[in-house]
Design a protein around this ligand. Structure first.
Ligand code: ZN
Length: 390
């Protein structure tokens, strides 16, 4: 036996890797940032992928190939022909099959040395805590808001990093939510869900298959970096990619000290009814104005103040010209900056936070406040289709 082969055998015994495993991961182990210790950590890691769809497919494929020892996959769906342009875990012959089933088969075909644990169910308020508790890291590839809020909340409570991804048409974004590591959670970014009618799904809006591919791989990469403990991660950063212009941008995001889940005095400490939370309609008595009407008034040169109550990173992504940013949480301290007599149109992404701002301001004696109905999403839809979507 030559020296190199002898080393390999000794390493294998020492690291609890077979020689085939050492060979499989050799290009990765050669990286000084990974090494045998990093590979051992990957093998001991347990990563839960929520969803085996557009994001979960590329994420799980790369995690399996990289040697994540135990991969969990949660998905309740069966494979549909319309999934296949982006959900590369599944093939044409899998149409009609449970996604967890075809996912397991494909992942083990790539790497039979790992363990794939599947859950053919929807992540729910009833099962999420127990499921997530069993893993080290969550890769959230869910395609709906109730699941996203649920997975983020449970990760906060269980102190697990939650790697977030979402896609829309040609755009995608990713981040790492981990309040226990100092970053924000999903709710810090989006305290209120937009009205259900404002959120088109992939089915309605369409998505270029490569986009979830890009984002899902970024999610996998973040998981691997966290496990081996190297590099800078997306904590406190929201990465945005526009595939049409192929531009990556990033926005600083902060933890909200008033966040109801990860804030200083949390009001939500166990799973809630997420469907209801995301489906509530804005039944407030706040007076509204449509985006089209506001545009007409501005075009006529009417004197109107525009108050945007979103977060700075959102303002940086998209805004209506001449609007003034005062984030919702800072309004109580900045009342003197808000006009008392002039008609003021208050806006946010979807009209929910701005309605809350108006309710608060009315209590402080402000009048002449109008809520931009449907928020900037409606403005994009009705007035300015070139406005960046997020
Ligand atoms: Zn939070």
């Amino acid at each position: 036996m030559n020296q190199m082969a002898k080393d390999t055998v000794e390493d294998a015994v020492e690291m609890n890797f077979s020689t085939a495993e050492l060979q499989r991961y050799s290009r990765q182990i050669n990286l000084s940032q990974v090494g045998k210790e990093g590979q051992r950590r990957l093998k001991e890691a347990r990563v839960l992928c929520i969803g085996a769809g557009g994001l979960g497919s590329p994420a799980a494929l790369y995690l399996a190939a990289a040697g994540i020892g135990t991969l969990g996959i949660v998905d309740q769906d069966t494979v549909d022909l319309s999934n296949l342009h982006r959900q590369l875990l599944h093939g044409t012959n899998d149409v009609g099959r449970e996604k967890t089933d075809s996912a397991r088969a494909r992942l083990l075909a790539i790497n039979p040395t790992i363990v794939v644990e599947t859950y053919t169910t929807r992540l729910s308020a009833g099962n999420a805590v127990e499921l997530i508790r069993n893993y080290d890291i969550v890769v959230d590839g869910s395609d709906n808001l109730p699941t996203r809020y649920l997975s983020s909340d449970v990760c906060v409570w269980e102190r697990k990093p939650n790697i977030y991804g979402s896609v829309h048409q040609f755009e995608g974004q990713a981040s790492l939510f981990a309040p226990h590591l100092g970053g924000p959670c999903y709710r810090c970014l989006f305290p209120e869900p937009p009205p259900p009618e404002a959120i088109p799904s992939c089915a309605e809006a369409g998505v270029l298959g490569v986009v979830p591919g890009l984002i899902g791989i970024i999610q996998a990469m973040e998981a691997i970096k966290l496990i081996i403990g190297t590099g800078d991660n997306l904590l406190g950063r929201l990465l945005h990619v526009d595939a049409l212009t192929l531009r990556f941008r990033e926005f600083n995001i902060r933890r909200d000290p008033n966040c109801p889940v990860c804030g200083e005095s949390p009001s939500i400490t166990e799973p809630i009814d997420y469907e209801q939370f995301c489906n509530h309609s804005n039944a407030s008595t706040v007076q509204g104005i449509s985006a089209t009407k506001l545009h007409e008034m501005i075009s006529r040169g009417q004197e109107i103040a525009l108050l945007d109550v979103r977060e700075p990173f959102e303002f940086e992504i998209a805004r209506i010209p001449n609007s003034r940013l005062i984030p919702l949480g800072t309004i109580p301290d900045r009342l003197t900056e808000i006009p008392r007599t002039e008609t003021t149109v208050v806006m946010c992404k979807s009209g929910v936070r701005s309605a809350r701002a108006i309710e608060f301001l009315r209590g402080e004696g402000f009048e002449n406040l109008l809520n931009l109905e449907g928020g900037l999403d409606a403005w994009r839809e009705e007035v300015d289709p070139t406005m960046r979507k997020y």
